[in-house]
Ligand binder design. Structure first.
Ligand code: AOF
Ligand code: ZN
Length: 340
């Protein structure tokens, strides 16, 4: 839904600020979308709100609450928000933000993107407009969609956003010929990977990784909730990964099941066989590679993927590099799978 109203520069500024607020809510809010709101009163006071824990306050409600706590009247205010304010639907846990804004007497709402959730999409904007609130949409929409990629993907496909995380030397090797691999990347990269865990709703490994590494798959080094643990195959008794969910069958079915269970982002952490299966079936949405400035220097060290890769140049897989940055001594490269 677009609007004939002109987008003035202050709308972009307001939404940009709301996007920065939204980014701070990610770890806390997921699997709910991480949303930011900036409320500007008629006398120019600014209050911000970000989505709370699941079942807690939404961004808009938090911004209105912040203004009220300061004893400020929000009637006539403008609200900049990164996602369309929600409406009531069955099973919803919190009050509708569109109604909260309407009832508070907000005059103008600037929305970055519509909610891809069909229970909400377009309805929040319509409710506000019907109440006489001026609504502008699609301000910095591309940026907002990029920030909420996993959520948008989940609501559009019913499957989790699959993030494959791998650590390797610059020659693409993950372990010495004797199987040892600790540690190829440095402590900063490993802490960064724990941030990925904290942002994910579930984390998946193969049974082989459980047997070889006995990983705990919990969140350390950073603050955040522990993701649900999924093992493909059987996790032996006594493994640190317990309690976990053991799953088997086609990966597409696994993703359908996890998506239906509300997993918005799934972190795949290995090993090389599982990585190869997800990759070759085109099921990885985002690749995060931590590359150490180190070289095994031969063909006998283990590689990132087992199984048969692209047989000819015609089948070479290429992604889009959306980010690259130094993390400690290592390089983090983020690739997105090309969308067809
Ligand atoms: C907003 N602002 O900050 C967020 C929204 O179960 P509930 O009540 O928490 O509602 C979850 C739904 O609300 C979620 O599926 C999405 O459509 C919307 N999320 N909406 O207005 C927010 N996090
Ligand atoms: Zn809401």
């Amino acid at each position: 839904m677009s609007t004939s109203l002109p987008v003035i520069p202050t709308d972009v500024d307001g939404v940009r600020r709301a996007l920065a607020v939204a980014a701070t809510a990610r770890v806390r809010a997921h699997p709910n979308p991480w949303v930011g709101a900036v409320l500007m009163t008629t006398d120019g006071q600014v209050f911000t709100g970000a989505t709370g824990e699941p079942g807690g306050l939404h961004a808009e409600a938090a911004a209105v609450a912040a203004a009220r706590e300061a004893g400020t009247d929000v009637a006539g205010a403008t609200v900049f928000v990164t996602l369309e304010p929600c409406v009531r639907f069955e099973g919803k846990r919190t009050p509708s933000c569109a109604e909260t804004l309407r009832d508070a007497g907000v005059r103008r709402v600037v929305v970055a993107m519509l909610d891809p959730d069909e229970r909400v999409s377009g309805h929040g904007v319509a409710l506000l407009r019907e109440a006489g609130v001026e609504v502008v949409t699609d301000v910095l929409r591309t940026e907002a969609e990029a920030l909420l990629r996993p959520y948008v993907h989940h609501r559009r496909t019913g499957r989790p956003w699959v993030l494959l995380k791998m650590g390797a030397t610059l020659d693409g090797r993950t372990a010495a010929p004797d199987g040892t691999s600790q540690w190829i990347t440095g402590p900063e990269a490993r802490a960064d990977a724990h941030q990925l865990r904290a942002e994910s709703d579930a984390i998946l490994v193969g049974a082989g990784t459980v047997r070889l590494d006995d990983p705990a798959l919990d969140v350390r080094h950073v603050d955040g909730p522990h993701p649900r643990r999924i093992v493909l195959g059987h996790a032996p008794e006594g493994a640190k990964v317990h309690p976990c969910t053991e799953m088997s069958g086609p990966l597409t079915d696994v993703l359908d099941t996890l998506g239906a269970e509300g997993v918005v982002q799934l972190l795949v952490e290995g090993g090389a066989a599982v990585a190869g299966d997800f990759h070759r079936q085109g099921l990885v949405d985002q690749y995060v590679l931590y590359l150490a400035p180190a070289l095994f220097g031969g063909s006998d060290a283990r590689g990132l993927f087992t199984g048969e890769g692209a047989p000819t140049m015609a089948e070479l897989w290429r992604g889009e590099m959306v980010d690259h940055r130094r993390v400690g001594a290592d390089l983090r490269v983020d690739l997105l799978a090309a969308r067809t």
